[in-house]
Ligand binder design. Sequence first.
Ligand code: NAD
Length: 699
Amino acid sequence: MSADYQVHGDVAVISLNNPPVNGLGLTTRVGITDGLAKANADAAVKAIIITGTGKAFSGGADIKEFGSPKAMQEPNLLSVILAIENSSKPVVAAMHSVVMGGGLELALGCHYRIAAPGCSVALPEVKLGLLPGAGGTQRLPRVLGVEVALNMIVSGEPIKSEMLAMLPGQKLFDRMAASAESLAGEALAYARSVAAARPLPLVRNLPCKHPLGDAYFQFTRNMVGAMAKNFPAPLKCIAAVEAATRMKFDEGMLAERDLFINLMWTPESRALRHLFMAERATSKIADVPADTAQRSIGSLAVIGAGTMGGGIAMNFLNAGIPVKMLEMKQEALDRGIATIRKNYESQVNRGKLKQDKYEQRMALLSTTLDYADLKDADMVIEAVFEEMGVKETVFKKLDAVMKPGAILASNTSTLDMNRIASFTARPQDVIGTHFFSPANVMRLLEVVRAEKTGKDVLATVMALGKKIKKTTVVSGVCDGFIGNRMIEQYSRQAGFLLNEGCTPAQVDKAVEKFGFAMGPFRMGDLAGNDIGWAIRKRRAVERANLKYSKTADLLCELGRFGQKTNAGWYDYVPGKRDAIPSELVLKMIAAHRESLGITPRKVPDDEIVQRLVFALVNEGAHILEDGIAAKASDIDMVYITGYGFPVFRGGPMHYADQFGLFNVLQAMNRFAANPLDDAEFWKPAPLITRLAAEGKSFS
Ligand code: NAD
């Protein structure tokens, strides 16, 4: 049973006990109803307290039950709340720390509520594309007023109990305890003080109205509708709260249930729930148990103060970890530090960072030109030029000076991590940390596990990634790791689309309408088309038999590298980022088409999207087969956090699962038959063929 039962004199205390946050799983729910029954049957008990042991009152639904029938198994949360309401003895919720989702709904079913200051109070269901489904939309407006409640339900954001307690007329808390420590004692005294009160007050009996009625709801629908765009849940939250103001309580509850069940089945909610689990799953590595001993990282060194080095350093300064930066020349250090300062100052100017915090962070940063100064650092991250020779020099020096047990990491995006590790006499300490640019902003961190990387090193770097608030995904060693290896196929396919008749703007628009933050050509212009060009030239020999459109090379031969040259796939006005279709580029593409004897055709938008997305999916499947990614959900996290894949579609692999792998396969076969595409390109990964034949999915 995940709830404890104790009697203190004439008060029974039911303590939810389901670590880490007292999730309301089946055994916890049974614990509550059993406790209620016992207390009601015991003549010596006059009042009942429900509270939470450990770090929370309750964080809501138990994520282990997510999407399983167990979540609705009786007693489900609605029945538990009904049992509380029907208790003949008063039930007091004694809340501390975390009061969220179903936890708050449970408290709202109690007759009385006492809270400690410092509680985070929220109904965060909207973040999973849902709405509170156990009366939250009907009861919260009755205790906080329609506007405050609706804001909380639509945003899902937590508010501190002491702030809510200050709202005039609020009925959420009958009492505030002086502190979390005194809550238990104060709750007992309060329960005794209400033991004889009859009738017992119920939130359901409170009135629920907004003075402006229709006009208010129309206004919020307009506001929220414009912001929610691809997400249906926020508008449904409004509908549910509106129902609370228009209907009798029990009818409102039915309306809430209907809306909730409808949302459960939306692709958007499935995508959000998938990503919620996927994010948690990133840190689970099959052969590295959760209790693997970690190394302690109290200080860090960064080699190279360029674009990436500076951003990487900021992540650690933000987390309070001292950083020492090393460069070859003082000027390079000065430039790097100036950029870090500029970034922080812009945050200060925008009110995002307090001046004293900025100074504290800068005080953690030091610089050196001498490798000997790095000898005490617990970890070093190298971010120097992308050349194997330079990496070799740096890693040999690091091997010579770093203390035993220090972790040696490289930010390389294309080079072989096994080779980099082999430059040292301690390959077990070497690992890849592939940050994305700008490294202080982008959430994704690919952690590259080389052949000999120690398990403790991997566990340490995964935990460190969490500490600096990154989504940290493990990748094996291969060309491009997970993200860039897939994007190469996507870019190749985008090139075929140009050959066939599309314009860059048409491709970008189709993909952006699908939900991508940016289409492939605008992305190329932003990142710099010369980067891919250099890689293609370097790999010309290996790529000799690979079919790809020559348009990207022709573009670079014109010096059109993108935004930095004010000309790429599009034209740019200096200082602005608007992509203006370029006549010259259109002519260049048309001339290339003509040289190949292609008569252009109008490619429909959905074909554009499918060809680009399934190009990602097929390579993703190869990556799974090769063991580069351990699970499909890791690939989804890479694409959501690093490549602007639309969140409401859940990532490429989840999208393919929803589309149906059989259907994906059919589409790929269709594309393979197109003589202007590439049959070799569309050869399905054996994993897709097998799963489709078995009626299975990646997940
Ligand atoms: P950069 O040219 O902006 O910076 C590299 C810095 O390293 C320069 O300041 C240079 O002076 C310094 N440096 C070179 N050799 C050195 C040495 N021997 N000792 C000390 N300092 C040295 O390059 P960047 O864009 O920051 O890239 C750095 C690394 O990060 C590369 O491996 C790159 O592939 C990788 N990376 C870059 C990006 C990106 O978008 N720029 C993204 C992911 C990974």
